[in-house]
Design a protein around this ligand. Structure first.
Ligand code: SF4
Length: 331
């Protein structure tokens, strides 16, 4: 069950007495966030708006939505990072899943006995990581937890940021991810080149995502090679606040023009195949927003993420692109 740290929200409202507040978080948490919003309205008699647009991370907090609504505080829920707030107006609220990993960790201890693994998870299961480490070690597994960096806590990854597993990749046999997210686990596999297992506490099963990640990798490489043939590129800047990379976009423009390509610049909030389909005369796109838009989705034309675009520039100079996704941060 997801548990939102409502006490911190209530204490903050009590202390600051805002005229109105806004709340948001990942799609999966919206029903819980609705409940919290209702409690705020009942307890404090102030409007509590739920910003219900898709929200994938702390890179996508929609502070503008809160501003337009006139909300004095935005409570951003569920993307636990190593900060508690962004300025006065954005408060980061923890939300943890209290499901136990005990049974699936014991299974894993038998399956991977004698191996050395890097133990890693996403925001919602961070509290379980030390408990699972103990179980695995008792079962004869050597467990490493890589250091956090930037916004990441120790043993935590985002969909595009993998510092803890990048740190341990040369000293482990495999990665073990706590949670249900194939999205995060596949990113770990791609960025480390190591076998990666999910410990799913709900189904109490261990799943390997290595094969799935290899398919994503093949697709990513194929797009880069297809883009080699393009004459006109569309470079798309994402307008979500934490994904805004105008400098990178202009760098790619300069490099591609040097290589004799034509470039048009675009900006979008949501980068989808439909939206890109409206743009004419473009052979391939580079989007400098969320790298997973390119890696995980299907597009009619090549749509490269930042690491893929860097690989393309290398290919255009006849340089080797081996392991271009095996980096700790895909931005
Ligand atoms: S993977 Fe995309 S949504 Fe997730 S943190 Fe990175 S840029 Fe944000």
């Amino acid at each position: 069950m997801i548990v939102i740290d409502e006490k911190r929200i209530f204490d903050e409202i009590e202390k600051r007495r805002p005229v109105s507040v806004a709340l948001n978080g990942p799609d999966g948490l919206l029903p819980k966030i609705q409940e919290t919003a209702s409690k705020i309205m009942e307890k404090f008699d102030v409007p509590a708006y739920v910003l219900a647009d898709t929200c994938f991370g702390t890179c996508d907090m929609n502070t503008n939505g809160a501003k337009v609504l006139g909300a004095e505080i935005l409570f951003h829920i569920g993307h636990t990072i190593n900060s508690t707030n962004f300025g006065e107006s954005v408060i980061l609220i923890d939300a943890y899943d209290n499901i136990s990993f005990e049974k699936v960790a014991r299974k894993c201890a038998v399956e991977l006995k004698g191996k050395t693994v890097s133990l890693v998870t996403d925001s919602q299961h961070l509290l379980e990581i030390e408990k699972v480490k103990k179980i695995l070690e008792e079962g004869g597994i050597i467990v490493k937890i890589g250091d956090g960096k930037g916004q990441l806590n120790d043993g935590q990854v985002f969909g595009c940021e993998f510092y803890p597993t990048s740190q341990t990749k040369n000293s482990v046999d495999a990665n073990v991810f706590l949670g249900q997210s194939s999205f995060h686990a596949a990113g770990i596999a791609l960025s480390t080149g190591k076998p990666t297992f999910i410990l799913d506490p709900y189904f109490e099963e261990i799943r390997e995502v290595t094969e799935f990640s290899e398919k994503l990798q093949k697709k990513a490489i194929l797009s880069v090679y297809k883009a080699m043939e393009a004459e006109t590129f569309g470079i798309v800047i994402g307008l979500k606040e934490g994904q805004f990379s105008k400098v990178t976009a202009l760098k790619f423009k300069k490099e591609l023009e040097k290589a004799g390509k034509k470039v048009q610049l675009f900006a979008l909030t949501d980068i989808t195949d439909d939206k890109l389909g409206n743009l004419k005369g473009i052979d391939a796109f580079i989007q400098v927003a969320c790298p997973r838009i390119s890696i995980d989705n299907h597009f009619q034309k090549p749509v490269l993420s930042t690491p893929q675009a860097n690989a393309l520039l290398k290919l255009l100079k006849n340089e080797n692109i081996d392991g271009f996704l095996q980096i700790p941060h895909w931005l």
